[in-house]
Design a protein around this ligand. Structure first.
Ligand SMILES: Nc1ncnc2c1ncn2[C@@H]1O[C@H](COP(=O)(O)OP(=O)(O)OP(=O)(O)O)[C@@H](O)[C@H]1O
Ligand SMILES: [Mg+2]
Length: 458
């Protein structure tokens, strides 16, 4: 039996890599297939560019080895379209005599390398091996970055209720587009947390997210902050200054409390969103900016539009994707989860070691309506951790407003997208709460046996 020469053996990691050979000369396809197949690669072939693209659509290909000159679709056109269809695939171009310039152009367009005809076995294998190594590194890199984003992004958002999971899912889906997102919801529901998460999950994550609160500043200062100014633009503009839009270039701009923006500033913002250029105050040179906008408001923007206090055209520009963050009272099962999270957070901060809550404290927290949502809960927990002396946080450590406060549940709102199972759980939990945790009573109200409740609660 013939043992292959050492240099003919692919590096171990290469084994099984799929290579697509594209050439209009069947003879050449065959020769390359044989050579690569003999060296442990999976080889598929295409006789023209269209066929090759079809294969790229249908299956995973690590490397395309394509002839430069083919009728209809040449190697460079194949490269251009192929990179869009299959961004993870590496390309090597095979060139004839006197086409070096075109080959160099192909490399500029993202080909890894080229091989000149007639090619030697050794050179071809060497280029293939190196191209595959790069392809593998790129794939690993992408995977690591994705994992990192998931880990970073996940740690901030606590919540396992159906409505929260749904919101996180949508946020993840929209993160990678550049679409403008409008975050709405009551105060303290986590709009800023979500803005940060969407940025962290997006492919702009390695750039900055710049936050501007539209409520904090009067009109002219807000405009100076957003668009920057030239020296002498107004009294006090002693030197030119870049604005937040420029600072956020290639990244994300988080426009918080966007409902507070004055009509004049609204017009200017609309123009930026339409044209992707800004002008500094006192300047007349348009500066292109590539910025992803995330806006947030706890106002009812649609009602403001109807009342003529917010521009309709701007509203539609901002509201491309709307994420409505649910109030805490609509996701009761998250209350204790969040409370535990904040207990740990403030344990660490205050060097305390509280182990949990008394059953009465849990009940109080579950019954309360939390009009200030997660922020109110967090503040209550910070206070409770500081005040508690025992092992467990008790009712006495909770703010009086919470203990005596408004109760939630007399109705459950179940958003579309909730599974029947989750909807059932929400109704059972709400009924249990309204009957003071008495499972017999709750079972009677629900028209089921008490043991069914016990079973479902497990
Ligand atoms: N799902 C969540 N998981 C963990 N912490 C959260 C969550 N939602 C909100 N928080 C915390 O609650 C507090 C308020 O959240 P955030 O500032 O994002 O609210 P907001 O919707 O922007 O409120 P406002 O409208 O008042 O500005 C923050 O400290 C935040 O860390
Ligand atoms: Mg906020």
């Amino acid at each position: 039996m013939e043992t292959p020469r050492r240099e003919d053996l692919p590096a171990a990691e290469d084994a099984g890599a799929t290579i697509l050979v594209v050439d209009d000369e069947p003879e050449l396809c065959r020769a390359l297939s044989k050579l690569l197949g003999r060296n442990g690669y999976e080889v598929i072939t295409a006789g023209n560019g269209e066929e090759a693209l079809e294969l790229l659509r249908r299956q995973e290909v690590d490397l395309v080895l394509s002839d430069l000159q083919m009728p209809r679709m040449g190697g460079v056109e194949l490269l251009k379209a192929g990179r869009v269809i299959s961004p993870g695939t590496e390309f090597v171009i095979i060139t004839g005599h006197g086409t070096i310039e075109v080959a160099v152009d192909a490399i500029k367009r993202g080909a890894y390398d080229f091989v000149e005809k007639p090619f030697s076995t050794a050179t071809t294998l060497k280029v293939v091996r190196k191209a595959l190594e790069k392809q593998r590194l790129r794939a690993e890199n992408r995977q690591l970055r994705r994992r990192l984003r998931e880990i970073q992004g996940n740690s901030d958002i606590i919540g396992k209720s159906a409505v929260m999971r749904q919101t996180v899912e949508t946020a993840r889906q929209v993160a990678n587009s550049s679409a403008t997102v409008l975050l709405t919801g009551e105060s303290g529901t986590g709009k800023e947390v979500f803005a940060g998460a969407i940025h962290a999950w997006s492919d702009r994550a390695d750039r900055v997210m710049v936050r501007v609160s539209c409520a904090a500043l009067p009109e002219t200062l807000l405009e100076a902050e957003l668009f920057g100014y030239e020296k002498g633009a107004f009294t006090g503009a002693v030197a030119r200054r870049k604005g937040r839009f420029e600072a956020a270039h290639r990244g994300t701009l988080f426009l918080d409390e966007v409902g507070e923006m004055s009509p004049t500033t609204q017009v200017k913002l609309l123009r930026v969103l339409q044209e992707n250029v800004i002008e500094r105050l006192g300047g007349n040179e348009p500066i292109p900016v590539d910025v992803r906008i995330i806006a947030a408001t706890n106002a009812d923007l649609a009602a403001m539009v109807a009342a003529g206090r917010f521009r309709e055209d701007l509203y539609y520009r901002l509201n491309v994707i709307n994420l409505e963050l649910p109030a805490l009272r609509r996701r009761g099962e998250d209350v204790i989860l969040l409370a535990d999270h904040f207990l740990q957070k403030y344990n660490d901060k205050n060097r305390k070691n509280l182990q949990g809550f008394t059953p009465e404290a849990v009940e109080v927290m579950m019954r309360y309506a939390w009009p200030g949502n997660v922020r109110e809960l967090e503040n209550a927990l910070e206070r409770a951790v500081v005040l508690s002396k025992d092992e467990l946080v008790g009712v006495s450590a909770l703010p009086q407003s919470v203990v005596a406060g408004r109760q939630r549940f007399d109705a459950v709102t179940i958003p579309v997208g909730t599974t029947l199972r989750d909807a059932e759980m929400q109704l059972i939990e709400a009924t249990l709460e309204s009957s003071g945790g008495d499972k017999e009573t709750a079972a009677n109200i629900l028209g089921i046996a008490a043991r069914t409740i016990y079973r479902k609660l497990q």
